[in-house]
Structure formats: structure tokens, C-alpha cells
Design a protein around this ligand. Structure first.
Ligand code: NAI
Ligand code: MG
Length: 398
């Protein structure tokens, strides 16, 4: 069989270190692949005015599967200031290449599993009766709609007249904002389509069915955001009733869900939400299982077979230039396992996950975050494992 080609997208900052170590783990686990490197990130914004060059889009289109480290994003003005001087007169506006990738390839299904690793010193614990404590076992998979909603990019400051006039046809707009000058108004839209909403809901129910979760929770705010959250919940009710009667449908509001996060996280199974609330709730659950060093994600389009797999953390620029990288590669390694599942290399994925679990249970090799240290270059002298040493430990278990 010919080797699979994977597009390696290191990006910025710590993205390269965690991706390099993950590829070593994949090799050691016997995953036969070639890696072609795709340009993405801040460097390409500064030098070319485009953090997601067309050649990178072409590579992903051709090979379909990408492993992505992390990118650096900065606000509009800061981005402009760093743009190479000869590009500054061209009216270029920075936008996040990862959001661009999601939209370009319609990677509308984002999956973020958060499960407790036995023995992880960062596991959430909860006060119980007397002096006792519980360590609830979290096993949640968040399905986040990845292309629409508040991150859909349809927004204006001082909106064009047609938009303003359309808004003025809404009685609530007239009542609450009708007296405000147009120049003083900023609008970010929250657009949900039935098609994308149905796709994320079905993906969530299908996952619950396949892996035996007893419930699917819609985590939105339908009592207040009636049109978009309301549509999602109503569609979930219809889908559950017609196709998944054996799975319970629960409904939580995003604010209450965050408040109750630590109360009964073990009760939740599959959670589904729009783009922004999915982002929020997945970070919340990730905090219970060890935080950014452990939080992995997949984003894909089931129709095209195109998928990009990435840790949810960013480029952590303050650690990027250390001589020895100190960050935890587990989030990236687990993201690679999601990639392996996506391309039906489930056995290799299972072996790597088992090796990671063994390293954590054994507790001998821990990166600085697992030792609850402040991230500094001297953590290695103080006994923390480097990024490379953590990968070595996983490889040794393989
Ligand atoms: P970040 O995730 O890069 O880092 C926040 C903090 O989390 C770090 O300072 C570090 O203490 C910890 N951390 C992150 N990854 C870790 C790991 N693997 N092991 C141990 N500790 C880890 O978020 P921040 O500082 O808000 O953003 C930095 C840059 O990353 C920004 O430019 C931001 O726009 C970008 N970003 C990119 C993302 C992506 O590529 N998908 C996602 C989030 C942020
Ligand atoms: Mg996030």
C-alpha cells in the first residue's frame, strides 16, 4: 500500500515543537506516512500579507488531512504594524488562518473530547463529606459548529446604509438603538443555517450512539437567543424523536452550564453547541482534565474527507524561544490520534492513547504544567520533563 501523505502545518511559536514530537510518536507507533510541510501563520502574514497562502490550501486539497500546531493572531492594528512596509499600502486586513481554513474547506464539525486521565495530578477534585474529596471521572465530547454563528465573520462597525436600514425595520432595534448614530454602532451577526445546524446535531447524536453515551446535551441559550439557539434546540428535539429515541436529549444554558461545570461534570456525555458557546464550554471542560496541555480537537467535513487536527492551545509565544521546549505535547499527540481515527487507523490510535495513559499513570515523567510550576526556562532543572522527554516516554511505552 502506498504511504499516506499528511500535511504538517507547524504554524507559529510552540506549534513546531509539539508537532515535531508528535510526528516522532506517530513514526514510532508504526504509522507509515510522508509529511509535507504547509506554510501558515504570522511569518507569512508579515512577509506575504497572507497567513494562509494559496499553496497551502492546494496542499490540503490534494492530501486532505492536516496536522496543525498553532498560530499567532494579533488584533487588527498590531497586525498592520508588523506587515512588511512594502505591503502596508495594499489595504490588506489580517484574519486568522485557522478560521480561514475552517471556512474554506467547510470543516464544520469540530470535535473536542475531554476525558480524565487516571493519575493526572491536574485532575479536578471536588470537596465531599467531611475532609474527603471526590475525583469525578469526566468523559465528555463536545461537538462545536465550526463555521457559522458569532465567528462567521459577518460584522461591521458603522454598518453600510442598507444594513442599517434593514436593522431599522426591527422594532427592537428601533426601540433600543434607534437614537444611536450609525457611526457609533458595531454589529457582529450570529447566523445559523438549518443545514449546518442539522449536520452538527446529527454528528453529535451519531457519536453518542456509536460510543454508547446515554445523553446529548444542547448547550445554548434558547430562552433568550430565541431564533438561533431556539432553532438548534427545536431541531435537536425533532432529530432525537425521529432517529435517536434511545438517547436522552438534555438542554442546558451556556451560562448555567459553566456555573455547574464543577458540580456534576461526570453526568454529561455528548454536548453540542454553536460556534462560540462550543468554544467556551470545551475550554471549561478541558480545565477539568488538565487544561491546555491535554485538550485536543478535530475539525472535518465528512462529505469531502478533509480534516485538520490540532490541539486547542495557541502558540504560547513566551515559551517559543527557549533552548529546550518545555510545553506538554500530549494535546497535540491526542489530536494526532483523532486524525488516525478519522483515516481508519484506529489500532495505531489506540496504541498511542494507551501509551500516553501509561506514562501519566506511572507519573515519572511530567511536563511543567503537570507539576503545577510556572512556565519558565528553569523548570527543566527543577525536574520537569521537556517536550521531547515527554514524547520519548510515550515512545518508550510503545
Ligand atoms: P496559548 O494557548 O498560546 O497559551 C496560554 C497559556 O497556556 C500559555 O502561556 C501556557 O501557560 C499554557 N499552555 C499552552 N499550551 C500549552 C502546552 N502545550 N503545555 C503547557 N502549557 C501550555 O494562548 P494565548 O497566550 O492566549 O495566545 C497566544 C497566541 O496563540 C495568540 O496569538 C493567540 O491568538 C494564539 N492562539 C492560537 C490558537 C490556534 O492556533 N488555534 C488558539 C488560541 C490562541
Ligand atoms: Mg478557544
Amino acid at each position: 500500500m502506498s504511504k499516506r501523505t499528511i500535511v504538517a502545518l507547524p504554524g507559529d511559536g510552540i506549534g513546531k515543537a509539539v508537532l515535531d514530537e508528535t510526528i516522532r510518536v506517530l513514526d514510532a507507533a508504526g504509522f507509515e506516512a510522508e509529511y509535507v510541510e504547509g506554510d501558515i501563520g504570522w511569518e507569512f502574514w508579515k512577509s506575504e500579507g497572507n497567513p494562509l497562502p494559496d499553496r497551502t490550501i492546494e496542499l490540503i486539497k490534494k492530501h486532505k488531512v492536516g496536522l496543525f500546531g498553532a498560530i499567532t493572531s494579533k488584533p487588527k492594528d498590531a497586525a498592520f504594524a508588523e506587515l512588511s512596509p512594502e505591503l502596508q499600502s495594499k489595504g490588506l486586513i489580517y484574519s486568522s488562518p485557522i478560521v480561514g481554513l475552517r471556512q474554506h474547506f467547510g470543516l464544520d464539525i469540530c470535535m473536542r473530547p475531554c476525558h480524565t486521565y487516571v493519575g493526572n495530578p491536574l485532575n479536578f477534585i471536588r470537596r465531599a463529606q467531611g475532609d474527603n474529596f471526590d475525583e469525578p471521572e469526566v468523559d465528555v465530547v463536545i461537538f462545536r459548529q465550526n463555521t457559522e454563528g458569532l465567528y462567521g465573520g459577518v460584522e461591521w462597525s458603522n454598518p453600510p446604509t442598507q444594513v442599517y436600514d434593514a436593522l431599522m425595520t426591527h422594532p427592537r432595534f428601533v426601540k433600543n438603538f434607534g437614537d444611536t448614530p450609525k457611526e457609533e454602532i458595531s454589529v457582529s451577526t450570529r447566523i445559523f443555517t438549518k443545514k449546518a445546524t442539522e449536520r452538527i446535531l446529527r454528528a453529535a447524536f451519531e457519536h453518542a450512539k456509536k460510543y454508547g453515551y446515554k445523553s446529548v446535551t444542547v448547550c445554548e441559550k434558547p430562552n433568550v437567543i430565541r431564533e438561533t439557539s431556539g432553532m438548534m434546540f427545536k431541531m435537536a428535539q425533532e432529530i432525537q424523536k425521529s432517529d435517536y429515541p434511545e438517547i436522552e436529549l438534555w438542554n442546558t444554558n451556556i451560562d448555567a452550564q459553566m456555573m455547574w461545570l464543577t458540580k456534576n461534570p461526570e453526568n454529561y456525555g455528548v454536548i453540542v453547541a454553536g460556534n462560540m458557546f462550543g468554544d467556551i464550554v470545551s475550554d471549561g471542560f478541558a480545565g477539568l482534565i488538565g487544561g491546555l496541555g491535554f485538550a485536543c480537537s478535530a475539525q472535518f467535513n465528512p462529505d469531502t474527507g478533509i480534516g485538520v487536527f490540532e490541539p486547542t492551545h495557541g502558540s504560547a509565544p513566551k515559551y517559543a524561544d527557549y533552548d529546550v521546549s518545555i510545553v506538554n505535547p500530549i494535546a497535540m499527540i491526542e489530536s494526532a490520534c483523532m486524525m488516525l481515527d478519522f483515516i481508519n487507523e484506529n489500532d495505531i490510535a489506540a496504541r498511542i492513547r494507551k501509551a500516553v495513559a501509561e506514562v501519566i499513570i506511572e507519573g515519572k515523567v511530567k511536563t511543567y504544567d503537570m507539576m503545577k510550576m510556572t512556565g519558565r526556562a528553569d523548570v527543566i532543572e527543577k525536574g520537569a520533563a521537556s517536550t521531547q522527554e515527554m514524547a520519548d516516554a510515550v515512545i518508550a511505552k510503545l
